[in-house]
Design a protein around this ligand. Structure first.
Ligand SMILES: Cc1cc2nc3c(=O)[nH]c(=O)nc-3n(C[C@H](O)[C@H](O)[C@H](O)COP(=O)(O)OP(=O)(O)OC[C@H]3O[C@@H](n4cnc5c(N)ncnc54)[C@H](O)[C@@H]3O)c2cc1C
Length: 56
């Protein structure tokens, strides 16, 4: 995908939502910059849950 410098998108927040949006937009040819307020990435939760009827 060719980058278009006129298609810059600023994303506020580097959580999973912001980072996912950034990746998707870059795959669509946009240039993105992610601004994150936190000084460092740290663990927030414990794990990704996978409870559903298929897991016994
Ligand atoms: C205590 C806790 C435990 C959790 N545990 C789990 C778990 O075990 N498994 C699981 O799947 N989910 C868990 N979650 C839920 C999961 O963290 C959220 O669903 C997910 O992080 C939401 O992603 P998001 O990108 O929408 O928001 P966030 O992850 O909140 O990301 C938003 C980001 O934007 C930044 N931001 C905000 N305002 C500004 C600003 N003005 N300028 C720049 N940056 C800014 C914040 O610093 C933050 O990094 C937990 C949530 C909490 C609160």
């Amino acid at each position: 995908m060719t980058r278009n410098p006129d298609r810059n998108i600023l994303i506020i927040g580097g959580g999973i939502g912001g980072l996912s949006a950034s990746i998707a937009l870059q795959n669509a040819g946009y240039s993105t910059r992610v601004f994150e307020a936190a000084p460092a990435f740290t663990a927030l939760g414990v794990s990704v849950g996978r409870d559903c009827p298929g897991f016994g």
